[in-house]
Design a protein around this ligand. Structure first.
Ligand SMILES: Cc1cc2nc3c(=O)[nH]c(=O)nc-3n(C[C@H](O)[C@H](O)[C@H](O)COP(=O)(O)OP(=O)(O)OC[C@H]3O[C@@H](n4cnc5c(N)ncnc54)[C@H](O)[C@@H]3O)c2cc1C
Length: 511
């Protein structure tokens, strides 16, 4: 078992109680074991009123709905593995329907078969979908007939948009790839790193022959014993926000001290590190009275001495906390730009909707105007179709995603105006008479770090610089993926780095 320099059990603080921080605490508590004397050795310090960060739900129209993440990718093992460890495998639920549409050339058109993160891999379904004009479809077809030489020497990262446009034409980039990959990151593919957001694209581009053929996925996912196809996404019965709620409860049951309403304002290197004492001191603010081990003149200004620290906070906050100790890493983190998004959740009377709700919803490319102007909404989810547990007779719950990098319009209007403007676009697309019976706006300021080309190399440098600090690691969506599985993986990897460092292993960055 890991022990401190003087043989005591170390104390590790996790700053930030989003999915990355909770997963880090889970791994720490697993590896450190139960506290021998009942005193918490792992603490989670979360500035907000609840854990979970961007995985959050609320009651809306008599149902519990997710306000941000509502599902996690099934093919990555980290989130499903965590669910299994929490005994939640039986609570996994798959979407009740599949397929999504795109608003293109004045109407909703189903996404063609065979797209891989928006990149078409089969020409005929693409051409038939009507998403591209004739010239755009013909340009994409060149990929199948024009020779493309392998370039094994090609190295380095490039923007997704640049790669796809060069190989398949700008219409494919604008109408398919930007809504999908850009939508996941609330950014534009002309500025998003292929290496960080869709690595197979770069390797496909470096090989000879057609990009579309290279990116083809295996024909169909293997069916489960019941014959149903394996889902692409999972959520939990109830909401995706059950995951952080159940994880928090399991952490508390393991003896982890989870404190909400406690912000970490500074990280200070302690002098008694050299004598085997705790290496770090955290300056706390907020509801600090019950934080075990905290000391100070008043409840509002307390400090906490710890052996290890995991910074599971967004890039800007990590930059501030690291500025005195790893200035280059802090500068890299401080330079990451973020996009803000809003989620407009609506209850719409079923009888008011003239159009048919097919699949899970639709995406709106930025080049496909609605009502003659660039749309505010980037995507729409038919919640009551995607998650049949939410369905009630008489209404549809619909969620609109608004805002992307560089679009300042949502920030300049209030919630009522935003709801009205977003609903007007929805009404034009779906054909809706009347008004929503309920609505809710959730604003996620600075929610998505923009992974510009070279992002992973910069993440390597940050992690290596932080690994030089004894017992410190970083985790979260700033580094190697914004999805729940990726941040769960980053939290667990950071925990292992900190424990190895406390065990006296040479510095290593997470893998
Ligand atoms: C609208 C939206 C939809 C999304 N949809 C999906 C989806 O369907 N599927 C999916 O996989 N992902 C989705 N994501 C992405 C995913 O939810 C996030 O990337 C992920 O949850 C981030 O987790 P995190 O722990 O890195 O950061 P966060 O959730 O941001 O957690 C960081 C925590 O740190 C706390 N904190 C910050 N500073 C301090 C401090 N100084 N002291 C103490 N605490 C501090 C914050 O309060 C916060 O709780 C979505 C995100 C958004 C915004």
């Amino acid at each position: 078992m890991t022990t401190g320099h003087d043989g005591r059990q170390p104390v590790v603080a996790v700053v930030g109680g989003g999915m990355a921080g909770l997963a880090a605490a889970w791994q720490l508590s697993q590896d450190l074991g139960a506290p021998a004397d009942g005193t918490a050795r792992v603490l989670v310090l979360e500035a907000g009123a609840r854990t979970g960060g961007k995985v959050r739900s609320t009651e809306f129209a008599g149902r519990q709905v997710d306000l941000a993440a509502d599902a996690f990718l099934a093919r990555r093992p980290e989130a499903t593995g965590l669910c299994a460890e929490l005994g939640l495998t039986d609570a996994l639920v798959a979407p009740g329907t599949s397929g999504a549409a795109l608003w293109a050339r004045g109407r909703l058109r189903m996404m063609p078969d065979g797209v891989n993160l928006g990149v078409p891999t089969r020409w005929w379904p693409l051409a038939r979908s009507g998403i591209l004009g004739h010239a755009g479809a013909a340009r994409a077809a060149l990929d199948l007939v024009r020779p493309h030489r392998a370039d094994p020497a090609a190295a380095g990262d490039r923007a997704v948009g640049g790669v796809v446009t060069a190989r398949l034409g700008h219409e494919v980039t604008e109408r398919l790839v930007d809504p999908l990959i850009g939508g996941i990151h609330a950014g534009g593919v002309d500025d998003l790193s292929a290496e960080a957001t869709f690595p197979p694209l770069l390797s496909a581009d470096r090989q000879a022959g057609s990009l579309m053929r290279r990116l083809r996925l295996p024909a169909t996912p293997p069916p489960d014993p019941s014959g149903a196809p394996s889902p692409v996404f999972w959520s939990l019965d109830g909401t995706a926000a059950r995951l952080p709620a159940e994880l928090t409860a399991a952490l508390v049951a393991r003896g982890v001290a989870v404190h909400t309403g406690v912000a970490v304002e500074a990280l200070v290197r302690r002098a008694d590190d050299a004598t085997g004492g705790p290496a770090w001191e955290l300056t706390l603010a907020g509801d600090t009275a019950s934080v075990p081990g905290a000391s100070g003149p008043s409840d509002a200004a307390r400090t906490l001495a710890v052996d290890g620290v995991i910074l599971a906070v967004p890039a800007g906050q990590a930059s501030g906390l690291l500025a005195d100790h790893a200035p280059r890493a802090a500068a890299v983190l401080g330079d990451i730009r973020h996009s803000s998004v809003s989620v407009v959740t609506l209850a719409v009377p079923s009888r008011a909707i003239r159009g048919e709700l097919v699949g899970t919803g639709f995406l709106v490319p930025r080049t496909s105007p609605v009502g003659g102007r660039t749309a505010l909404i980037t995507g729409c989810t038919y919640l009551t179709r995607k998650w049949p547990g939410l369905a009630r007779p008489g209404d549809e719950l619909i969620r609109l995603s608004v805002g992307r990098f560089g679009d300042e319009r949502p920030d300049s209007i209030d919630d009522d105006e935003l709801t009205a403007a977003a609903f007007e676009e929805l009404a034009r697309i779906l054909g809706i008479d009347g008004r929503p019976s309920e609505s809710l706006v959730t604003r996620w300021h600075g929610a998505f770090p923009q992974y510009t080309p070279g992002h992973l190399a910069r993440s390597d440098r940050v992690e290596q610089a932080v690994a030089e600090l004894p017992g410190v690691a970083v985790a979260g969506s700033a580094y190697r993926g914004v999805g729940i599985p990726a941040v769960v993986g980053s939290g667990r990897a950071a925990a292992r780095v900190v424990l190895a460092s406390l065990d006296g292993a040479p510095p290593t960055a997470p893998v």
